[in-house]
Design a protein around this ligand. Sequence first.
Ligand code: NAG
Ligand code: NAG
Ligand code: NAG
Ligand code: NAG
Ligand code: NAG
Ligand code: ZN
Length: 742
Amino acid sequence: MIYLGIALFLTSTIASPVYNAYNNAVSSDDYMGYRLPGTQIPSNYKLNIIVGKDVIENKKNTFDGMVEITFKVKKVGDEKLDYIKLHTPSEKTSKVKLKNDKAEVKIIAHEFNETSSIMTINLDSELDPKMTYVLSMSYTGNVDSKSMYGLYRSSFKNDKNETDYLLTTQFEPVYARWAFPCFDEPKFKATFDISITHPKGYSVLSNTLPVGDPKKIGDDQLKTTFQTTPKISTYLIAFIVSHFTCTKGENIDTNVIHQVCSREESSANRLLAANWGKQILNAFEDYTGVLYNQTGLLKMHQVAIPDFGAGAMENWGLVTYRERLVLYDEKESSDLDKQSIISVIAHEFTHQWFGDLVTCNWWNDIFLNEGFAAYFQYIILTQMHQASPWQLEKQMIVDQLQPVLVDDAASSSKALTAIAATPDEVNAKFNTIAYNKGASIIRMMENIIGSENFKKGVTKYLQNKQFSNAVPSDLLSAMEEQATKANLPKDTSLTKVMQNWLNEPGYPVVTVTQKSIGISVKQNRFLYDKINPSSESTWMIPISYTASSDKKKFDTAPKAWLTSSSTYINNVFNTETEWVIVNNKQGAFYRVQYCDSLWRSIADQLLHDHTEIDVLNRAQIIDDLFNFARADYQMKYSKAFRYLNYLGNETDYFPWVSALHSLNFLLTRVGDHTTLGVSLKLKVVELIGTVYSTLSFEKDDSGWPLHSFKRNLIFNAACKYGAEDCIKNVTTLFETYKTTGK
Ligand SMILES: *[C@@H]1O[C@H](CO)[C@@H](O)[C@H](O)[C@H]1NC(C)=O
Ligand SMILES: *[C@@H]1O[C@H](CO)[C@@H](O)[C@H](O)[C@H]1NC(C)=O
Ligand SMILES: *[C@@H]1O[C@H](CO)[C@@H](O)[C@H](O)[C@H]1NC(C)=O
Ligand SMILES: *[C@@H]1O[C@H](CO)[C@@H](O)[C@H](O)[C@H]1NC(C)=O
Ligand SMILES: CC(=O)N[C@H]1CO[C@H](CO)[C@@H](O)[C@@H]1O
Ligand SMILES: [Zn+2]
């Protein structure tokens, strides 16, 4: 899933969202109150949902459904298994029946708990682990028009200016239970046979292709039946009843149909998604060696939904999007829109493997889905020639990694694998930690073991866990098999290396001090407030570095390890060496603080010729210096600005994203019209002058997307900080626009 505020916008235009940490830990009893016991294991659902015209067209808010769930029983301890617990939409159920292989099992009573949405069905006798059971019931569910979760109604104005309606679904994370009775936890994977009864004139899409033609039910209803799904988690089921039309793209594998669907009026805007969709899915197949069609899924639909709460959702074979995240208008859309669309498609298509084929066992470990999706939404595109102008592997650093270094430096931040039990806590797990930190930690793992090994590990993990569920140790052991001793600290496994990065909140700052011809490095947790250094973890930190005299520069493989609070690394300097930079290309998840003399030599190099230092390390240095000043961590703003005087010569995009991220924060803190604010603005206008002068308000025909991102970023900033030339030009442009509309 993509939720808005995350991963969609360059951080230059939108501040990163506030991470709402939930601080009330739940006791294990409460935890179980929201969890199913795991004693019933579903294997198949037969689901029929009936929606009349009145339901679709906003005249009635309830619908009827029928479900038959086949399940087996697993005994846990000595507990008496004379009940079934599952999620249901409401207490409105009827004809509840239970059969085993031989006979009907008598039901004594059933009760529904509104808070947990769990229905308990009490039985006359105990369930037998040797039998297969079928639980059937009819039920009534609600069509939600407000929350955009569960089965909900959306509407739009068609080209005749009439309101047209559709029904669609959003089940992740805990809303499948609003649409049908089910064991609504990601680990209960089962096959689904879905049929939808709907009015004539509407068509219906679901995860699989329909079987044959719809069947007539009475005079004006049709029943569309779909092929059996692969084993799938409930939250990935989807269906859409609408007047939408579709544009057919090229087949994905030889036998996999690919279509982009939306309301008819936007049919001209589907081509980008159709073309790139196929290429991205194929790139993923190449990368992972796991074909999309080996799941038995023979189609992929991408659908634009007029009202959509999340940004996009990876339902298996039926990906749904907000309209502006999938529809592309050649004339109106910007380069940024184009990149958002392609990245979001890459994100959702990554989920077809990471999330749909292999699913996190429980929401605690949602980073196994979202971290990978947030990483590959950049990285899979770098495998594609046609996406290379975007330099997405670099964008990832300033868009994902650096912003979450800010969020994760709050003492309230939670570990990647922190527990979530209640629906609110589960929803709160979809935060920058799961997405951005997840992606950054996965990237760090790739840098530790090397890209080729990482790719093999990805394939291994997917093969080991396909149609099943995973916990972090499954990922680590697949990667572990690929790692070599040379990649890791002495006598230490990859699993051990990754522990604290996954299971502890926050991250370290590494302080580097020159000691004769070596450097001493030490670690501390980096926090903005020093109130709570209670969890003072030690991380196993891969140290890559570049000395100015090195031949091979800015390679992300670790050259040394910091596995305790401090260590000494010898032979870093020779007589030629002027500076050293640690954490090449910001390949690992930490900040680097230097002693004064090292800072001065870096600052000298930046002033003299900044291109000697990798562009991502320039972005890192800027981000680190400003954040040390913000945290008052052995750094004052005055000194940080002194070290960053070179910005007056910086014309690359990425360092300016980092710089403006911090400068905008600072301006908000000191205030626009204060004395400090006024001098800050003067200083920024001075620093930005050179890069500004390389750009023009004239129409940009470079065809190079990063160039247009840079214009956006720099013109925005120049005007915000009060550069006269910028304000004059923009005012003129706006006057012209008001009179001519151009
Ligand atoms: C319903 O479930 C909640 C959450 O587990 C629990 O706190 C509450 O006591 C339950 N209510 C009843 C009536 O059992
Ligand atoms: C569309 O209908 C609304 C009322 O439903 C009306 O206010 C509006 O003017 C109409 N627009 C056009 C372009 O006809
Ligand atoms: C999947 O697609 C490949 C390549 O297009 C094809 O060779 C193969 O037969 C297909 N497999 C299945 C199971 O449909
Ligand atoms: C810009 O670079 C030149 C050397 O190329 C240097 O002389 C000058 O001082 C630098 N200016 C700033 C503002 O860094
Ligand atoms: C950055 C930019 O395009 N500035 C222009 C603003 O307008 C003046 C006067 O037309 C131009 O000379 C600048 O180049
Ligand atoms: Zn996602």
